[in-house]
Design a protein around this ligand. Structure first.
Ligand code: UDP
Length: 472
């Protein structure tokens, strides 16, 4: 089916390549598989325009893009604020589309885009939220809105420490995402504000799949049937294809992997922003060394101020490898490879030599690992990564999590070595490895011709087309 300008969908993207990559994959499927004419709208001011443009360049030619004009922002401006200030520009764009005879059928908003919800209602278009994340995150958002919505002024710290969410998810307070635990946190009010608007959406698309969060998916299904919450459509795993252009191998690690035995290498990476302290970096090095396993470690600059993330662009003169313990690289030469800053992760995870992934549990990394059937050591650092770690360990059973790290302490070398060894060759690890293989099959099934995620997206696309026929 060729894209018809009548089936117009506007997708508003939150800033940041981490959001944009899965969104672009979603849009590709809407355009190519469902013949929808999509306009992807990005905001100006909180992301690197060159990076955004590079990600958007991979879209099919039938997809239109638009950049909203700059609004005033400073370093402290929250994404919600940016969206709010950009609304007049978004309105003009939507009205322009309508005036040109191609009305928008649906406004799909990304995380922190619900400020656009009233605009959708006003223009009479359906409003969907694409959450590049788990069902569990939606559940946590609902929970925070119930705790704090209206006159309620509860606090998480007043609740039992095993927060029991519907869908059989038990969370300790310490595992709540950053900005959700404490109302004194400057982003707390934004999360509540965002969450309170969730009930007004026509539906959600979530980058998860039925088998990954079964009980949670079913609980949302029941709520949609009862009208208690908008329907949530699982359309994942949507991950970057391994053939995409930015996955070239400057570090030479794929060639190195080619020379390693099948299923022998532990891949270690903390994503695009994760940072360990100098001391923790040294312990990790010693732990990998003591494990006796082969490893491929993407080393980033350590954090000197105690923060567990660092999004600063690396300087040319920064050499993260210089922070590794004395003699470590020499002693592990041959069985370990440390590369600075970046590796072509999707290809590394798909490589036959890769056995396990020590990961910060960013949601994209999580799905990439699940899709490749690679079991994980969960080492969450910031944002909602602790929730993802709970899903991986407690719900899906495809990861092990070092206990001291879970309790907020320094993970000692012995514990790292033990976790890695267990995962690659231990008995407890064996159950985790076979769950990872099962889940890989389930992930592939979700996008097979009759698969649950493929059907869910088809159902949503059908709703949007029907809305247009109804003269919406
Ligand atoms: N990534 C990569 N090479 C690296 C580190 C990260 O290709 O060395 C990719 C990874 O495959 C994933 C994304 O960057 O697609 C990171 O997203 P995620 O949600 O896992 O974590 P974030 O970086 O947003 O914390």
């Amino acid at each position: 089916e060729a894209p018809s300008r009548l089936h117009q969908v506007v997708v508003l993207a939150s800033p940041g390549a981490g959001h944009l990559i899965p969104l672009v994959e979603l849009v590709r499927r809407l355009a190519v598989d469902h013949g929808l004419a999509v306009t992807v709208v990005t905001l100006t001011g909180m992301s690197n325009p060159a990076t955004d443009a590079a990600v958007l360049a991979s879209l099919p030619a039938s997809v239109a893009t638009a950049v909203l004009p700059a609004v005033s922002v400073d370093d402290d401006t929250h994404t919600i604020e940016l969206v709010r200030r950009s609304l007049p520009h978004l309105r003009a764009l939507m009205e322009g589309l309508r005036g040109g005879g191609s009305p928008a059928a649906a406004l799909v908003r990304d995380f922190f885009g619900t400020a656009a919800l009233p605009l959708a209602a006003e223009l009479g278009v359906q409003s969907f939220v694409f959450l590049p994340n788990s069902f569990a995150m939606i559940s946590i958002m609902r929970h925070i809105a119930e705790l704090h919505g209206g006159d309620a002024a509860g606090e998480y710290r007043d609740l039992p420490d095993q927060l029991q969410l519907p869908g059989a998810l038990a969370l300790r307070h310490a595992d709540l995402p950053d900005g959700f635990r404490d109302r004194a946190d400057p982003t707390y009010a934004y999360h509540v504000e965002e969450a309170r608007r969730y009930g007004g959406a026509d539906g959600f698309l979530v980058n998860s799949f039925q088998e990954l969060e079964i009980a949670m998916a079913e609980s949302f299904k029941r709520d949609a049937e009862d009208g208690a919450f908008p329907p949530v459509f699982p359309v994942g795993p949507i991950v970057r294809p391994s053939s995409s252009g930015e996955e070239d191998d400057k570090s030479g690690c794929l060639e190195w992997l080619d020379r390693q035995p099948e299923g022998s290498v532990v891949y270690v990476s903390f994503g695009s922003g994760g940072a360990l302290s100098v001391q923790q970096t040294a312990e990790l090095a010693a732990g990998l060394e003591a494990s006796g396993q082969r490893f491929l470690w993407v080393v980033r600059m350590p954090s000197l101020d105690g923060a567990n993330n660092n999004f600063a662009e690396m300087d040319d003169k920064d050499d993260p490898l210089a922070w590794l313990p004395e003699g470590f690289l020499e002693r592990t030469r041959g069985r370990g490879l440390a590369v600075a800053a970046w590796a072509p992760q999707v290809r590394v995870l798909a490589h036959r030599a890769t056995a396990a992934f020590v990961s910060h549990c960013g949601w994209n990394s999580t799905l990439e690992s699940v899709a490749a059937g690679v079991p994980m050591v969960a080492w969450p650092l910031y944002a909602e990564q602790r929730v993802n770690a709970v899903i991986l360990t407690e719900v899906a059973g495809v990861a092990l999590r070092p206990a001291t790290h879970r309790d907020g302490g320094l993970v000692a070398r012995e514990e790292i070595a033990a976790a890695v060894r267990e995962l690659v060759e231990g008995e407890k690890g064996s159950a985790v490895r076979s769950r990872a293989r099962e889940l890989r099959e389930a992930a592939a099934r979700a996008w097979s011709p009759e698969g649950s995620s493929r059907q869910a997206l088809a159902e949503v696309a059908g709703k949007w087309k029907a809305a247009l026929v109804d003269g919406n």
